[in-house]
Ligand binder design. Sequence first.
Ligand SMILES: Nc1nc2c(ncn2[C@@H]2O[C@H](COP(=O)(O)OP(=O)(O)O)[C@@H](O)[C@H]2O)c(=O)[nH]1
Ligand SMILES: [Mg+2]
Length: 301
Amino acid sequence: MPDTPDTRCGFVAVIGAPNVGKSTLLNAVVGTKVSIVSPKVQTTRSRVLGIVIRGASQIVFIDTPGIFTPRRRLERAMVAAAWGGAGDADSVALLVDAARGCDADTSAILERLAESGRKAILVLNKVDLVRKPTLLDLAGKLNERGLFEATFMVSALTGDGIGDFVEHLSQIVAPGPWLFPEDQVSDMPQRLLAAEITREQILLQLHQELPYRAAVETESWEERSDGSAKISQVIYVEKENHRAIVLGKGGSRIKAIGAAARKELETLLDIRVHLFLFVKVRENWADDPERYREWGLDFKA
Ligand SMILES: Nc1nc2c(ncn2[C@@H]2O[C@H](COP(=O)(O)OP(=O)(O)O)[C@@H](O)[C@H]2O)c(=O)[nH]1
Ligand SMILES: [Mg+2]
């Protein structure tokens, strides 16, 4: 017998309209939070990897920003990153919100998939929200154009159907060596993940346009001798009145954001965390090339 290893490995890009549950799916397959989630669109700004091992297969999921018709520079860069993720991957999973059905964003993605000529995997998400007949109707309709090699019906929230989906992928990824260490679940540096956790709280706790116009950066990360970490972050907003909103009355909002983010970080990192947040006004951060580099986005997309 030749001593060829029987391992398999492949990249699977998760694409779809905003808010269909791509990041929730990524966290569900990985089993821990690697990508932040909120009810707001544009939560995911860059490409995030989630790495899963199933049997002899290592499946590397690429979470992408939602695909929609972009208007601003940041949006253009995010959509370009999403399609870039699909181009780099061995397989593409198109996620559709079963409750929302086939809306304009999803139709546009189907159009582009058809043009590319590559087969994708259809994943109908949020099955916990719809009745079976509606679901089957939608699956039938989406399959009419013959763009999909397989269809899965899942709930990223409850975990329903996730096992079958991962099992299928473990069988179709190509034979080859694993590309990441066995215990690695993401490629996101801890400082960036920590910043994302705080941004998630901003999205969850604040409303209107402001959350989309805030950025978070981890400025320093100090490991202390008692095993805890002191993390300082800056929240960048674009206007002085946004700063006031993030701070809240007597600093109450920033306090709540910090408390929730700290709790989440302590669970994720499994250490005690001292989190210090500062709010700064930086007009036009969304037009600063440096930010794009940091997130792995193309400024000129
Ligand atoms: N009911 C239900 N809600 C879900 C499910 N998956 C995601 N969501 C919710 O949909 C919203 C958007 O999720 P997110 O993962 O950020 O979507 P993304 O923009 O595609 O990455 C969040 O409020 C999630 O909690 C699901 O299977 N069922
Ligand atoms: Mg997302």
